[in-house]
Write a protein that binds this ligand. Structure first.
Ligand code: SRM
Ligand code: SF4
Length: 556
């Protein structure tokens, strides 16, 4: 019942003819003449949680030597709610060392990625993950992605109950095909004949990627309104009453294409039972499947589908498909988005330590051996690992009698000092991956932001703003992987060394920012910030945040 049967984009054909996302992946993998995959398989691989990439730092050198680019693969795990046991972390540590660059990257959607995996290592990597009961199914591609959930267990005695929804929704929206098991884990398709009829995805899957987040007020660490579907847990008298359901969030824009825009999700209403919540989620996905734009991928996200249909028509279609109407949205309040660092204790007396892992990069460096420290903690078997959408890791569920042991490791490796000493802006900042692996990067992000912040910090200090946790986010292109459009200060890469500067977002993720200046290089960025911070420090009202001030001053 698609409204877009004509003029299908090439990816639609690839999906439809893929024989349940199998394509010719098996053949592509065994072709030793190239480090790359056949073109169609590159698209299909994403549905299995993997991307073909190349080392962009080495393109010129390779081309000069008439060699093909240095192809490798990124694998992203499906981790609903972002949780690993200590045994799984130990396993991940070793897999990263054996098959990838060794760096474990915590993403802005609460999971981990490994980069630089050569073609011959992809299958062994997936097999190794499988022994840990981990998979990468649907971590990328035109399907529902990793379902994220408020990470901080401290917040509520019913965190576990809400957290379980991430898993339920992830399972509900998993593709039915066995392709992953056949291609990567050698499942025998003849012996394991299973019904692959997929009532949700049918044979063309979704028109575009699809993202779902669950927020637990007052914390919006998941940036719930940046998602195709956002569930806001409504807790009254310490009990989960249900969820406000929002739809149509998405951040990406394309430079020079005015038809693309960032949009925050619109709250549609409230569902009071698990059955209704899951049904509404499912049917929002089916509406997007049936009405989403399948000819222009730049107009294919749910946000455009909703704006094209109109919110009331969308709501009516949803009610029709659900067979019930959502109730009126319930009140909620978000007061925080960045992580609560350091030690916290939950309602059961269990301890949590949120480690600051700058831009989610877990590695051993001269000044900080974060990766070894986390391995040591995992080896004790006394802390679980939870990832946050702010790219940090929480060592969690630590029994009071074990706290000293974990703390001693964190002290020994300087993790506590590192977490405590980092400045307020640095600790609330996010940067996407960008160079050297992201093929879409126009400018640096995670490799550059730490240095830029070191230059911004003296400016903040000059104006007495060092403790002001202004949210600052940077991406290497306008796709928005670090969610810069909902930051108080957003840097969006336009060319190597140049960024658009966005201002006016808030600290809780309830407001989009706007473009203030275009194509700034580093000296221009520092000049602008000096001017803006000076104004802010002199003229702000008591308690006024930088983002609110920027709006009041009509800078944007
Ligand atoms: Fe993203 C594409 C990295 C979160 C919007 N994103 C990519 C790719 C896969 C590049 C590509 O298509 O080849 C990047 C891989 C870089 C690399 O080398 O690893 C990439 N995105 C990331 C991560 C790893 C950034 C990070 O540093 O943490 C995040 C992984 C999340 C995860 O675990 O699933 C990541 N991406 C996001 C977010 C933020 C979010 O979801 O909260 C967004 C904006 C929200 C949204 O979707 O609207 C985002 N990524 C995109 C887009 C634009 C989508 C669109 O609507 O047009 C692309 C490009 C595309 O899909 O065509 C993209
Ligand atoms: Fe790559 Fe752009 Fe996403 Fe950064 S925002 S990871 S540069 S696609």
């Amino acid at each position: 019942m698609s409204t877009n049967q004509d003029n299908l984009s090439p990816v639609e054909r690839i999906k439809q003819q893929s024989h349940g996302l199998r394509g010719t992946l098996k053949q592509s993998l065994t072709d030793e003449a190239t480090g790359a995959l056949r073109e169609d398989d590159q698209s299909l691989m994403k549905f299995h949680g993997m991307y073909q990439q190349d080392d962009r730092d080495r393109r010129e050198e390779r081309s000069a030597k008439k060699l093909e680019w240095l192809y490798s693969y990124m694998i992203r795990l499906r981790l609903p709610g972002g949780f690993l046991t200590p045994e799984q972390w130990v396993g991940l540590h070793h897999i990263a060392g054996e098959h990838s660059t060794g760096v474990i990257k915590i993403t802005t959607r609460q999971t981990v990625q490994l980069h630089g995996i050569l073609k011959s290592h992809v299958k062994p990597t997936i097999k190794a993950f499988d022994t840990l009961k981990l998979d990468s199914i649907a971590a990328c591609g035109d399907v529902n992605r990793n379902v994220v959930c408020g990470a901080h267990p401290k917040q509520s005695a019913i965190h576990e109950e809400i957290f379980r929804y991430a898993d339920k929704i992830s399972t509900l929206a998993l593709p039915k095909t066995r392709a992953y098991y056949e291609v990567w884990l050698d499942e025998n398709s003849l012996l394991e004949k299973k019904d692959e009829t997929d009532p949700l995805y049918q044979d063309r899957y979704l028109p575009r990627k699809f993202k779902i987040a669950i927020a637990i007020p007052p914390h919006n660490d998941v940036d719930v309104f940046a998602n195709d579907i956002g569930l806001i847990a409504i807790i009254e008298d310490g009990k989960l009453k249900g969820f406000n359901i929002a739809a149509g969030g998405g951040l990406s824009t394309t430079h020079g294409n005015p038809n693309t825009y960032a949009r925050l999700a619109t709250v549609l209403g409230f569902a009071d039972t698990e059955e209704k919540t899951l049904k509404a989620v499912y049917e929002i996905i089916t509406i997007q499947r049936d009405y989403g734009n399948r000819s222009d991928r730049k107009q294919a996200r749910l946000k455009y589908t909703i704006d094209k249909m109109g919110i009331e028509a969308f709501r009516q279609e949803l009610e029709k498909r659900c067979g019930f109407a959502l109730e009126r949205e319930r009140p909620y309040e978000f007061t925080q988005r960045s992580d609560y660092y350091g030690w916290q204790q939950n309602h059961e007396g269990k301890w949590y330590y949120t480690v600051f892992s700058e831009n989610g990069r877990v590695l051993d460096e001269a000044q900080l051996a974060l990766k070894t420290a986390l391995l040591e903690v995992a080896r004790t078997g006394k802390a679980n690992f939870r990832f946050t959408c702010n790219q940090n890791v929480i060592l969690s569920d630590i029994d009071p009698k074990d706290k000293k042991e974990v703390e001693a490791i964190l002290e020994r490796f300087g993790i506590i000092e590192h977490t405590e000493k980092a400045g307020a802006v640095r600790k609330s900042a996010i940067a996407c991956v960008a160079f050297n692996t992201c093929p879409l990067a126009l400018a640096e992000a995670q490799r550059y932001l730490p240095t830029l912040i070191s230059k911004i910090e003296p400016v903040l200090e000059k104006y007495g703003l060092s403790d002001d946790a202004i949210s600052l986010r940077m991406t290497g292109c306008p796709n928005g992987c670090g969610r810069p459009y909902v930051a108080e200060i957003g840097f969006i890469g336009t060319a190597y060394g140049q960024y658009n500067l966005h201002l006016g977002g808030d600290r809780e993720g309830l407001r989009l920012n706007k473009k203030y200046r275009e194509n700034l290089d580093e000296p221009a960025i520092l000049r602008e910030l000096d001017k803006l911070f000076s104004e802010y420090s002199k003229n702000r009202k008591k308690g006024e945040t930088f983002g609110d001030f920027a709006l009041r001053e009509k800078w944007v």
